[in-house]
Write a protein that binds this ligand. Structure first.
Ligand code: CA
Length: 299
């Protein structure tokens, strides 16, 4: 969090992000009259943002930009995502460990200063950067805005069924209802994260049309969801903005997050895994982070 911002102001902004008002369709046209170039698929979403307190002119600028595109494949991937099936062993390859060590060397001052302030070992932090973004090599192929907005408008099973894996195409009535409920919950979540993304980019003077994100909208070297960028982001290099694409800010924000969730010195491995799972709720993920950290330490 940008510590220079008044606490009340930030609280109001976070409340704005948390509210999930749904806008009646008949008032969408009124709030967006005069705004040209919004893809009809995003029109109601844009109207809801205005209803929730964002300026109509700002919402118009965001959604009428030609970079904004609906991707119908995002929500089906979210619904079908299975963290446990991901192959994490690739991060233990020698060449990757060597790269992590070199990255640590090249940013020795940043890692040392952050470790001094937050107490999270530098090897654990670089391991998370390696697993999350391959040390910044992979920050997502599309805009976080597009991925979050595409999920926010994909709450209807019929609209995305063509993009679901085959196993989702012959569902019983009960399974279909379950998927529909899941879609509605994920859509609501994505809407809330979209609002946080807009606030995050505004607060920190970042161009939302240039913020790349993972398929599910996580941003920066440390892959924070935008709501976590607001809660845990740190302006460590003191340039007046929390930029999670900047190594100093990203590493400190990650450390701030891990410290909040209970990282202390001398934790046993079991508790370290529990803390890391707050970052990504997967035991194979947490174990891989610790294994990578151990290998980096040994070189
Ligand atoms: Ca900064």
């Amino acid at each position: 969090m940008n510590k220079s911002l008044p606490i009340l102001f930030v609280s109001v902004l976070i409340s704005l992000a948390m509210s999930t008002t749904l806008l009646a369709a008949d008032s969408v046209n009124d709030s967006l009259s005069g705004c040209k170039g919004i893809d009809p698929v995003f029109r109601q979403l844009a109207g809801s943002l205005i209803e929730d307190g964002f300026q109509a002119s700002e919402v118009c600028l965001i959604f009428s930009n030609p970079a904004v595109k609906f991707n119908p494949r995002v929500m089906p991937r979210k619904i079908a995502h299975r963290e446990a099936s991901l192959h994490y062993d690739v991060f233990l390859e020698k060449k990757r460990i060597e790269r992590a060590r070199k990255y640590l060397e090249s940013k020795r001052d940043i890692f040392a200063s952050v470790e001094k302030e937050y107490g999270i070992p530098k090897e654990v932090k670089v391991a998370i950067l390696l697993v999350e973004t391959d040390l910044g090599r992979y920050l997502g192929s599309d805009l976080a805005l597009n991925n979050l907005a595409s999920m926010a408008v994909a709450s209807d099973f019929n609209k995305i069924r063509a993009y679901l894996p085959d196993s989702y195409k012959k569902l019983s009535k009960r399974e279909r209802k379950r998927i529909q409920r899941k879609l509605e919950a994920k859509s609501k979540w994505a809407y809330s994260e979209l609002k946080s993304l807009i606030i995050y980019s505004n607060l920190n003077g970042l161009d939302i049309h240039k913020i790349k994100g993972s398929i599910f909208g996580a941003i920066g070297l440390c892959q924070f969801m935008p709501s976590n960028a607001l809660k845990f982001g740190v302006d460590f290099n003191k340039d007046g903005k929390v930029d999670l694409f900047d190594p100093a800010d990203a590493v400190a924000s990650m450390a701030n997050y891990l410290q909040f969730y209970g990282w202390k010195s001398d934790l046993c491995e079991k508790v370290q895994i529990r803390v890391i799972k707050h970052y990504n709720h997967s035991t194979p993920y947490a174990r891989t982070v610790l294994k990578v950290a151990e290998k980096v330490r040994q070189i």
